[in-house]
Design a protein around this ligand. Structure first.
Ligand code: GDP
Length: 600
């Protein structure tokens, strides 16, 4: 809301004042103050103290004549409550209550900046800890494998490095990861994609283990990397925090057993469990068509046991499990929880991240696949994503509590003030949360994060990569480009405000005294009245009071002065009032006339 500078009288402002209190003083919202400050190049939060000179400029902009208060005392700002933990975007498989759950291997994803050693680490774990198939069978790349930790327990690794896969799956509603390993090259430290990875893991509520890689290099600087981690709220254990940091050299295979042990320690806290005695539910990690074998899909079984011969359904693909291979290319008849297998027999290639379920028979699976296709075609294949415009309905349906924003800016320096200003727009009903903020163009990973978290992307002075735009279009994610900070705040504020139910407050119009009652047959009565103060309007609502008690509440049926219908009657004048729902007036009754005003 931009106020035209109009004379609004003088206002006494303390030498120092909290933004929130300044808002009260000037009778505007804190957001208005923050915006005015921004216009003047000052980035402030709601609980921040500004000095008199600054406050005076804002007050003047809003039409006041600022005066310095003699005995200044800045009121205390209430501390902003601790930020709520991000809610888990939980799409994990629900188990039946009372089912016999058994521990299953944790499923681990490796994330991190390019060239920090994700592939090398996955290879190192695989070659050192995976028992090669008998007769040296050709080890095919299947997108996931299980490794044996030093204590003999299994750990399942998703072998599609890069958080694209991680978020892509999340975007499809498949939360498969129990622990994320974030690889950081110790010579390079925390880099943009490291930050992204941390944000992605956090948005998914997946616990993190940090692998500090390349410790064999001379210029490896472990302390700096740990320091940088602290800046991202990942406090290493040795500094009293909870983040497990394991130094490794993926290239030399050093520290890998230690890493596996720690992954298990972290996952033990979550106690991943599943019921092996039920129909399998899995997720497609990758799939392709092979000229000889038909559709080849790598499936991670999440719960239950998948059997050869099972009728299955994955999105619009269906079929019977014709054959199943383990990670070494060996035929298997069944696969339990956390086991990756290659499945042959699907009717078409399902997208990565699609959930695979078992049906009674192939006919049923087929029927369901066909009806899914029809439904998808009918809705134009649309995935519903949140946009500034659709957020309203989402919140009312109770599906959105957080208004998630992925923020990309041209320079690092714009991030902090923008994040603060945006998060200041948080209200009780709507939590404005910047889930990821970084400098650089909008990329596919941003879009995936927005899809997975049902958020919108805000770009400040930056371009959108072609691939990202395509993905955003197909996933119906909104990318909003801006070049003025003020516009961002304004739009988001409007979106958030638009979500709120309107709030009305009562405003008194007039107090009226009933001096004579004229009955018109049985049904009607006119109160011959005198307006004591205010102005009563034909549209006023009324409350009839007798001896201090309210005896009716009603709309006005008619307002007359002498014999004429009028729209208003001022104080000091007489009038005749008929009400819609009340006619038993008595001399001496008081009528309070009021109207409801929308205040929000
Ligand atoms: P990714 O992009 O994260 O998958 O990184 P890569 O695994 O492809 O590794 C990038 C480069 O770093 C390659 O040249 C690796 O050989 C090298 N590298 C990976 N791990 C180590 C390590 O522990 N020590 C050293 N010196 N080099 C490593």
């Amino acid at each position: 809301m931009t106020q035209a500078p109009e004379a609004r009288g003088s206002v006494a402002i303390p030498q120092a004042v909290v933004v929130k209190d300044l808002a009260d003083l000037l009778d505007v919202t804190p957001v208005d103050i923050i915006k005015e400050l921004m216009k003047n190049g000052v980035m402030a939060t709601i609980n921040q103290v500004v000095d008199f000179d600054t406050a005076a400029i804002v007050a003047a902009d809003l039409g006041f004549v600022p005066e310095e208060e003699s005995s200044a005392s800045a009121a205390d700002g209430e501390g902003a409550g601790p930020e709520a933990e991000p809610e888990a975007f939980s799409m994990r498989v629900e188990e039946d209550e009372g089912a016999a759950l058994e521990p299953r291997p944790p499923v681990v994803t490796v994330l991190g900046h390019v060239d920090h050693g994700k592939t090398t680490l996955l290879d190192a774990i695989r070659s050192a800890n995976v028992v090669e198939g008998e007769a040296g069978g050709i080890t095919q790349h299947v997108g996931a494998y299980q490794a044996t930790a030093p204590d003999g327990r299994l750990v399942t690794f998703i072998d599609t490095p890069g958080h694209e896969a991680f978020t892509e799956m999340r975007a499809r509603g498949a939360q498969v990861t129990d622990v994320a390993i974030i690889v950081i090259a110790a010579d390079d430290g925390v880099m943009p994609q490291t930050r992204e990875a941390i944000d992605h893991a956090r948005a998914a509520s997946v616990p993190v283990v940090v692998a500090l890689n390349k410790v064999d290099l001379e210029n490896a600087n472990l302390d700096r990397a740990k320091q940088q981690l602290m800046e991202h709220q990942l406090v290493p254990e040795e500094f009293g925090g909870e983040t497990v940091v394991v130094p490794v050299s993926a290239l030399k295979g050093e520290g890998v057993p230690d890493l596996l042990e720690n992954v298990l320690l972290v996952s033990d806290l979550e106690e991943p469990k599943a019921n092996p005695d039920r129909d399998a539910v899995g997720v497609v990690l990758e799939a392709a068509t092979d000229r000889h074998r038909g559709v080849v899909a790598t499936v991670l079984v999440q719960t239950g046991t998948l059997h050869r011969g099972d009728a299955v359904l994955a999105g619009m693909a269906y079929g019977r499990v014709k054959s199943m291979e383990d990670q070494d290319g060996q035929q298997v008849k069944s696969a339990g929880p956390s086991t990756p297998v290659v499945v042959l027999g699907l009717s078409e290639v399902p997208p990565a991240g699609e959930r695979l379920v078992v049906r009674k028979n192939e006919k049923e699976a087929r029927r369901e696949a066909v009806s899914r296709r029809r439904a998808a075609e009918a809705s134009g294949g649309e995935r519903t994503a949140v946009t500034l415009d659709t957020l309203f309905g989402e919140i009312h349906r109770g599906t959105v509590k957080d208004f998630n924003i992925v923020l990309k800016t041209d320079v690092q320096g714009s991030i902090e003030p923008l994040v603060r200003a945006l998060e200041n727009l948080t209200l009780d009903e709507v939590n404005v949360k910047v889930i990821h903020a970084a400098a650089g163009s909008v990329n596919e990973s941003d879009v995936n994060l927005a899809v997975a978290s049902q958020g919108v992307i805000i770009g400040f002075n930056i371009a959108t990569e072609k691939g990202a735009q395509r993905l955003a279009d197909s996933e119906h994610v909104e990318i909003r480009p801006y070049d003025v900070i003020y516009d961002i705040i304004e739009d988001v504020e409007q979106a958030v405000q638009g979500l709120l139910d309107p709030v009305y407050e009562e405003r008194e119009d007039a107090r009226i005294e009933v001096r004579a009652v004229f009955r018109l047959g049985r049904r009607n009565a006119i109160a011959g009245s005198f307006v004591r103060d205010g102005q009563v309007s034909r549209n006023s609502l009324t409350r009839v009071m007798r001896d201090g008690e309210q005896i009716s509440e009603s709309k006005m049926a008619s307002l007359k002065r002498f014999e004429n219908d009028v729209t208003e009657v001022d104080a000091g004048a007489e009038c005749g009032i008929m009400l819609e729902d009340f006619r038993d007036f008595e001399e001496g009754d008081q009528i309070v006339a009021y109207h409801m005003e929308r205040v929000r």
